[in-house]
Design a protein around this ligand. Sequence first.
Ligand SMILES: CC(C)(COP(=O)(O)OP(=O)(O)OC[C@H]1O[C@@H](n2cnc3c(N)ncnc32)[C@H](O)[C@@H]1OP(=O)(O)O)[C@@H](O)C(=O)NCCC(=O)NCCS
Length: 160
Amino acid sequence: MNAVVKPQQPDFEAAAMRVPDLTEVMAVERVAYPVPWTHGNFVDSLAADYPAEVLRGPRAELLGYWVAMPGVDEMHLLNITVVPAWQGRGLAVAMLDRLVDECRRRGLTQLWLEVRISNTRARDVYRRYGFSEVGKRRAYYPVVEGPREDALLMSLGVSS
Ligand SMILES: CC(C)(COP(=O)(O)OP(=O)(O)OC[C@H]1O[C@@H](n2cnc3c(N)ncnc32)[C@H](O)[C@@H]1OP(=O)(O)O)[C@@H](O)C(=O)NCCC(=O)NCCS
């Protein structure tokens, strides 16, 4: 039987997301989502000082990014995106690891996220990472055409 060989995870460096990153981030956002975040959504998150990072490869090329919103005891993942050409190489898992570390640094014990019901790829990644599906938010997401789409609410306990 042939073993399944995973593509190699690229070398990357993570850095806090800054406004000058947003031109590249928005270019990815527009191809990665049917209804992307706006430039203003990112600017507002950075202005609010939410934790947010970009991952860059050896030639400083953008590989992925994430944005989260801290609460009193919990963290809410708002956006996690891997550049399409770099998907399936463990970069989402690497970003989730960094987010969990950020929760630990802040003493936050629960991580939450919403995901479109139709986004089976992301749901699988989250489930395998250890998230549980804990609820549904009806008509949460806008769509290009037609009725809004439900979100699944997923949660992960973060041990200290
Ligand atoms: C959903 C999304 C973030 C996943 O990103 P990804 O980089 O493809 O995910 P990963 O590669 O980290 O994980 C996918 C699988 O590849 C595996 N993998 C492949 N190569 C790997 C490597 N070299 N090292 C570690 N894991 C590897 C992971 O283990 C994981 O496998 P599993 O699902 O069996 O556990 C990405 O598809 C994306 O950006 N989609 C568009 C935007 C989006 O939908 N975002 C989420 C909104 S809620």
